[in-house]
Design a protein around this ligand. Structure first.
Ligand code: SAM
Length: 335
């Protein structure tokens, strides 16, 4: 759908509830046309909270005073086994940029998962690496890679990250991943400090041009002990409008109802689905490490955010007329 910039600005700022309702309905209609009334599930395994980076917003940044953990390959394989039994056919290995996860170790893990579960997709979200590293992981069988661009505005990027981190490198990583044939996930936080309507418009333009196969957006939530701990959380309403607009700009996109949204609103996930989202990512990490992956305050990892409650989640989805099939849930369309 061709939404003009002025139309998008109007949709992001209007206080007319009829216009917002119409936006949500159209986003659902477009999602249903491409994917049907189906929500794909991914099992999220938070492999490590060690991180060499110092992003100003993140609760597991290098300088954060948090208890660190790292899952062993055996623990990760165990999570996949449990997940596969629960019906997950995508495993997302996400973590801080932890030097322990060398190419060799990650390749071995990816191969192990693909061998044990050839019907499943492996998604990595391990931050910025170089081209050759991404190439090795892809060669080992990784299907997808999530790396939010965080903001498409260079100056804004510089205010969210320390000087040692580079906007150009992050964008280069996304291009490298695309070139290597990964299904690529970009995305950003809604309401991050210094974000403006103009920077959001740049994010949307970037998404419309780059056309990532997945887009992860969720509200910024302050994290204790970070430079942004006193900053206000992002808006649930604005996040929902952005989800709907992204669905209209890029109908085939895989769009998760993120945990951050569920954390800020008890029915955040359902509302995201009603705004055109079609992916949920319950937490498959071992229960005793979930609280340690504290990227922001009060992060949900229980109830329907927990993989072991997938039956519950399925019922919640059925209640809004959505099925949750047991399948990989690949991108539908040309990248
Ligand atoms: N290290 C990997 C990377 O950089 O892509 C993956 C882990 S990182 C913690 C995953 C995402 O968490 C980031 O891309 C960021 O958008 C999100 N995040 C971090 N801190 C957050 C916060 N305070 N509120 C909301 N989202 C946050």
């Amino acid at each position: 759908m061709n939404l003009s910039s002025s139309e998008i600005r109007r949709l992001l700022t209007t206080s007319d509830p009829t216009a917002v309702d119409a936006l949500m309905e159209e986003a659902e209609r477009v999602r249903d046309e491409v994917y049907g009334r189906r929500v794909f599930m991914r099992g999220l395994i938070e492999v490590s909270n060690h991180c060499r980076n110092n992003c100003l917003y993140c609760g597991i940044r290098r300088d954060a005073d948090c208890r660190r953990y790292r899952l062993s390959p055996e623990q990760i394989m165990d999570c996949c086994r449990v997940g596969h039994e629960l019906g997950f056919r995508t495993f997302v290995l996400q973590g801080g940029e932890d030097a322990w996860f060398t190419d060799e170790r990650v390749c071995q893990l990816v191969r192990g998962i693909k061998e044990a579960y050839p019907d499943s997709a492996v998604t990595l979200s391990l931050g910025e690496r170089d081209y050759d590293s991404y190439a090795r992981l892809r060669e080992a069988g990784a299907d997808r890679y999530l790396l939010r661009h965080e903001t498409a505005n260079r100056v804004h990027y510089g205010r969210l990250h320390p000087a040692e981190m580079s906007f150009d490198h992050r964008m280069q990583c996304l291009r490298d991943l695309r070139r290597l044939g990964y299904q690529v996930g970009a995305g950003f936080m809604v309401g991050s400090p210094y974000q403006t309507l103009d920077t959001l418009m740049e994010d949307l333009r970037f998404i419309a041009d780059f056309r990532p196969e997945m887009v992860g957006i969720g509200p910024f939530i302050p994290a204790a002990g970070t430079p942004f701990e006193q900053e206000p959380a992002g808006s649930v309403e604005l996040t929902l409008r952005l989800l709907a607009i992204i669905r209209l700009l890029h109908p085939q996109v895989l769009l998760p109802a993120t945990t951050a949204l569920g954390t800020l609103h008890p029915t955040g996930r359902e509302r995201a689905i009603a705004a055109g989202a079609n992916v949920v990512m319950p937490n498959l990490s071992p229960q005793d490490t979930r609280a340690l992956y504290s990227i922001y305050n009060n992060k949900l990892a229980t109830g329907s955010e927990a993989a072991e409650s997938v039956a519950d989640l399925r019922l919640r989805m059925q209640a809004i007329g959505m099925e949750m099939p047991v399948e990989r849930g690949d991108f539908k369309g040309k990248s």
